[in-house]
Design a binder for this molecule. Structure first.
Ligand SMILES: Nc1ncnc2c1ncn2[C@@H]1O[C@H](COP(=O)(O)OP(=O)(O)OP(=O)(O)O)[C@@H](O)[C@H]1O
Ligand SMILES: [Mg+2]
Length: 150
């Protein structure tokens, strides 16, 4: 059965680090309408933060641009958050999603765990990417809520 979307919000912001906290607070604000628990909010914020940071530090490593975030809520309390950049893209998505895989230079001290964190906090993580064209990460989580079945 097709899911019914009940709300949608799109934001676009510059790919600069000060927008990392903006984006995670924005996602949390959108998610509030489905009555999430504090831990669900924390998980959503962390996953969004990882995806947006990736867009900024990897996608636009050698260029400037915007990040687009689309948030959707479905009738069954499933939250979708799509984070898109039009930056460098990823040659091998499967390899990039392995724990400890990073292309960042050693002095940046990245651990290569961003996708692993997203996958542990969200129900689904999908990545579409093409080199030179950019990356779209779709996060999905069903919100149980304070009064929900969890
Ligand atoms: N939006 C993106 N654009 C281009 N490359 C990306 C993007 N997101 C991820 N990558 C690639 O995937 C790799 C793995 O990403 P992941 O978030 O798991 O680790 P990391 O960012 O390297 O380290 P950490 O997230 O732990 O600081 C990155 O090193 C980079 O090569
Ligand atoms: Mg990362």
């Amino acid at each position: 059965m097709k899911k019914i979307m009940i709300n949608e919000c799109k934001v676009r912001f510059r790919a600069i680090s000060r927008n990392e906290s903006f984006s995670r607070s924005t996602a949390a604000a959108f998610a509030m309408q489905c009555d999430p628990t504090a831990s669900e909010i924390a998980e959503i914020k962390t996953a969004v933060s990882e995806a947006v940071t990736n867009a900024i530090v990897h996608g636009y490593r050698d260029s400037a641009g915007d990040v687009e975030m689309i948030m959707r809520l479905y009738e069954d309390s499933t939250l979708y958050i799509q984070i898109r950049d039009r930056g460098a893209g990823i040659g091998d998505v499967h390899a990039a999603m392995q724990p400890m895989f990073t292309t960042a230079p050693a002095d940046e001290e990245r651990s290569g765990l961003g996708f692993t964190v997203m996958e542990s906090f969200m129900d689904k993580v999908r990545v579409r990417s093409a080199e030179g064209r950019g990356t779209t990460v779709t996060l999905e989580k069903k919100i149980g809520g304070k009064s929900g079945a969890r």
